[in-house]
Design a protein around this ligand. Structure first.
Ligand SMILES: [Mn+2]
Length: 311
């Protein structure tokens, strides 16, 4: 007997958050549409998921101003994150699996604050996998640029403006122990000190080179249980720019196609994925939508597509 046959189909909500207010370059605001053009809905439906495309939330325009007190566009970043938070929280409350289509990575604050709020409400543990070339742990005091897409992990850990750190209803939104960072290869000096102070578990590219993606993921996914909500925050700049040119902040030396597939397949194998962000896809830098198509391919793997022969 097939146990899944008696269960209702899983409902996935696609939530477009088309903004680049937190980014260093314009264009991530076009990410949601590029992912739709690459067929994200149809590809997920092929895996027996019911997909509701909720369209895009609508926030303020990008004023493209210099930073003020170490933050660029803070008011607009807060407004977009509140929209992301509310949409993701409503999806989780309905028992659905939200996929936030970014948008730049500042939106991880709103999305993961909603996940943290939901986990508190229903008494679940939280594990966050942060797939990224960067640690995203800047603060207004140490940021070279003021771009808030370099600050979301710090904000979630309680370091940042109250309007962002408090979005989940508690500060910090999540314990730093809940986070695993994977693929990191570009960290500012001040950031490095803070990441160590917070004792965040990081599997950087040196680790992946030496130990392999398999070992990194085994550790990153260790101690999950059936009460754990697994959230993946997938910054497309995680991938090697040779296969993923469509981001504004490329860093050489990222995971290859096979390493990225293995990463996603091992997450899928846990059966615990409960929410997802896909962020920083920037069609202005892409070539014929190839990065969007790769991102969709990898999202499909997160939901159980196997590229291999095993059953
Ligand atoms: Mn990022």
């Amino acid at each position: 007997m097939n146990p899944s046959a008696s269960q209702p189909p899983r409902i996935v909500d696609l939530i477009g958050v088309p903004t680049d207010v937190g980014a260093s370059a314009r264009g991530a605001s076009m990410g949601p549409e590029a992912l739709r053009v690459a067929g994200i809905r149809q590809r997920l439906e092929a895996h027996d998921l019911v997909v509701h495309d909720l369209g895009n939330v609508a926030g303020p325009a990008n004023p493209w101003q210099p930073p003020v007190d170490g933050y660029r566009h803070l008011d607009e970043v807060v407004a977009w994150n509140q929209l992301a938070h509310d949409a993701v929280h409503a999806s989780l409350k309905a028992g659905h699996l939200p996929i936030m289509l970014g948008g730049d990575h500042c939106l991880g604050v709103g999305s993961i604050s909603a996940v943290a709020r939901h986990c508190r409400e229903v008494g679940r543990k939280l594990r966050v996998l942060w797939l990224d070339a960067h640690a995203d742990f800047n603060t207004s005091a140490i940021t070279p640029s003021g771009n808030i897409h370099g600050m979301p992990v710090a904000c979630l850990c309680g370091l940042g403006p109250q309007s962002l750190t408090g979005m989940s209803g508690e500060v910090p939104a999540i314990p730093s122990k809940a986070i695993r960072q994977i693929g990191i290869r570009s960290v500012d000096a001040g950031e490095k000190r803070l990441v160590h102070e917070q004792d965040i578990e990081v599997f950087d590219m040196r680790y992946i080179d030496e130990m392999g993606m398999r070992h990194a993921m085994e550790l990153a996914l260790a101690t999950l249980d059936d009460r754990t909500h697994l959230h993946v925050s997938f910054d497309v700049d995680f991938l090697d720019p040779g296969i993923a040119p469509g981001v504004a902040t490329t860093v050489p030396g990222g995971p290859t196609y096979r390493e990225a597939q293995l990463c996603m397949e091992m997450i899928a194998d846990t059966g615990r994925l409960a929410s997802l962000d896909v962020v920083e896809l920037n069609p202005a830098f892409d070539l014929r939508n190839q990065t969007a198509e790769l991102a969709v391919d990898l999202v499909e793997s997160l939901f159980g597509k196997s590229t291999l022969m095993r059953k």
